[in-house]
Design a protein around this ligand. Sequence first.
Ligand code: HEC
Ligand code: HEC
Ligand code: HEC
Ligand code: HEC
Ligand code: HEC
Ligand code: HEC
Ligand code: HEC
Ligand code: HEC
Ligand code: HEC
Ligand code: HEC
Length: 334
Amino acid sequence: MHWRLPSANDGHPPRPSGARRAVLPAAAMLLAATLWGAKVKPSAPAPIVPATVDKPAEYAGSETCQMCHEDIFNAFRKNPHHEVETNKKYKFDTKACESCHGPGSKHAESTSAADIRNPAKLKPADADRACLGCHLNRPTQVGRINGSHAKNEVACVSCHSVHKNGPNGLVARKAAEVNQLCAGCHTDVWASFQQPFRHRLPEGAMSCVDCHNPHGSFLAHNVQTAQANEPGCFKCHGDKAGPFPFEHAPVRLDGCAACHLPHGSSNPRMLTRSDVRFVCMECHSNLPTPTAAANPALGSVPPAFHDLRAPQFRECTTCHQKVHGSYVDRGLLR
Ligand code: HEC
Ligand code: HEC
Ligand code: HEC
Ligand code: HEC
Ligand code: HEC
Ligand code: HEC
Ligand code: HEC
Ligand code: HEC
Ligand code: HEC
Ligand code: HEC
């Protein structure tokens, strides 16, 4: 194969348990790949055939599957993948079932589960391969290899159920449905959204994918990007994007999470500290600390007239109002 996904580390994410597929001997794999390449585009998924059969299975066509899997066959007419059944472009016209399940002639004879590929029972990397054969070069998947879902073996089929078109269908679209999907595994993150100061996810007004790309991204933590690969926060908080003649260094260099807890906080404005001044003084103070020499103040030290014993100096942002950057004032006062 000309592309590769991170290798396996079995059993980490929650997913349907099941038998591991037999692995083809290298020679048979090479042969299969060669035959395959001659017939279809190289990006099409490779057939996976159990090692136990002597003769490789052949394509049987969707109508063969229909004989025994009538319900799935009928429901499939409404599936977005029905496009594969009818459009010659994908090289699986009249045999769309086998684009994901591999050649099915053996299984159609034996009816044994061992003779057919079930993506939900494959190792995540192999399951993804079945999907990426068609979906790799699409914009949503661009960061996939880098994304921590791929690295941690959360397969396409953990989030997209092909036949079980339950309330969410193939793709969770409504904010509340996306949140439910993500919260199912990220319970700790969901707990953060129960705090008093947070975005309105529990109300279904926003979802995880407003800020994260579930398929991965070039930014750390799968953070969604807006225009020019900037953090997705700017999609809604464009006024914080600048460019400002007088920047506040951490806004651009450390990112919003230097001062805000994006999943919610018990502090107003979702700040990392209970009082604004404590947020500021983490970087703007010359208080002696045990590590002072190695770790001096990160920002400048406020001039001496800042008498922190006087109450009026405790709320730094009453004077330094443009804490995200200023168009006119070096001191971020206006
Ligand atoms: C003659 C009947 C018959 C035909 C034809 C047939 N199947 Fe099946 N299929 C079955 C039966 C029975 C099972 C349940 C096997 C089991 O659970 O042991 C099954 C199970 C499956 C499974 C689940 C395997 C698993 O790991 O749980 C898949 C996927 C599947 N079939 C796909 C197909 C496809 C694709 C075709 C067409 C190429 C097809 N079947 C044609 C009878 C058939
Ligand atoms: C886009 C890929 C894809 C296509 C096309 C596809 N399947 Fe599946 N199939 C899956 C996946 C993934 C599963 C595992 C369960 C799930 O995610 O819904 C599955 C599971 C199954 C099962 C096991 C029963 C179950 O619900 O778990 C059967 C039987 C089956 N498919 C038959 C078919 C038939 C028949 C067709 C054609 C009409 C077909 N599949 C087309 C991906 C596909
Ligand atoms: C043979 C090619 C092919 C394979 C293999 C394939 N897909 Fe698709 N997929 C398509 C096509 C074609 C569409 C519909 C048109 C489009 O989105 O461009 C589609 C659409 C989708 C959609 C979007 C549906 C929507 O409502 O927008 C999802 C999600 C998806 N596929 C997931 C999967 C998963 C998961 C697998 C692996 C189990 C898979 N696909 C395997 C060709 C394929
Ligand atoms: C962690 C969960 C998760 C995983 C893993 C995942 N997806 Fe998705 N996918 C989603 C969500 C959520 C959406 C809807 C995104 C949105 O509305 O912005 C989506 C949307 C899509 C779409 C529709 C594209 C669009 O922009 O409308 C396709 C196609 C798709 N996924 C394919 C895949 C394939 C192929 C894989 C595996 C390589 C995969 N997904 C893995 C959660 C996931
Ligand atoms: C308002 C934007 C936003 C929303 C909404 C959001 N996140 Fe995040 N998330 C972030 C940012 C920014 C980071 C990186 C924080 C950092 O750099 O320390 C992050 C980090 C993470 C991390 C890794 C670090 C950690 O805290 O565990 C996970 C996992 C995560 N988010 C999952 C989710 C899930 C699941 C949801 C939905 C329930 C969600 N996020 C909603 C912005 C958001
Ligand atoms: C099947 C379980 C599962 C589902 C569903 C799931 N995730 Fe994850 N996610 C994981 C695992 C496992 C990791 C890697 C370990 C970790 O960082 O927690 C991860 C990692 C992440 C990270 C990156 C953490 C980092 O520090 O890099 C983000 C962000 C994230 N998931 C967001 C989401 C979003 C958004 C959704 C819903 C669309 C979602 N996840 C659905 C299991 C899941
Ligand atoms: C250096 C610390 C710091 C950084 C970095 C920072 N903020 Fe803030 N932010 C604050 C403080 C302090 C407040 C509260 C201001 C007040 O009390 O009036 C605030 C308030 C806000 C508010 C609510 C009030 C308003 O002005 O709209 C939003 C929205 C906001 N920040 C978004 C962001 C975004 C988006 C980023 C990243 C681009 C970011 N912040 C980076 C310190 C910071
Ligand atoms: C989809 C749009 C959207 C995105 C993306 C978004 N926000 Fe917000 N944000 C809002 C809205 C709307 C509010 C208004 C408060 C509410 O929802 O109750 C808000 C409020 C805030 C507040 C102020 C809360 C208060 O108490 O006044 C902060 C701070 C904030 N967002 C930071 C961020 C950060 C940091 C990011 C990126 C990690 C981000 N937002 C991404 C829509 C968004
Ligand atoms: C993560 C560290 C960090 C935090 C938190 C932080 N700052 Fe800064 N701040 C900096 C750095 C670094 C500079 C640039 C210092 C320089 O250029 O010497 C700066 C510059 C400034 C300046 C401009 C003065 C100058 O020297 O150019 C002011 C005023 C300021 N910060 C106020 C605040 C206030 C008020 C807060 C709290 C809301 C705050 N800062 C929080 C790191 C931080
Ligand atoms: C009563 C108004 C006021 C309050 C409250 C205030 N400052 Fe200032 N601060 C100023 C003024 C005025 C300057 C001088 C700005 C200049 O020279 O342009 C200044 C300067 C600074 C500077 C250095 C700027 C430079 O250009 O070198 C820093 C850093 C700073 N303040 C941080 C803080 C912090 C942290 C707090 C909260 C603990 C705070 N300030 C509270 C009015 C205030």
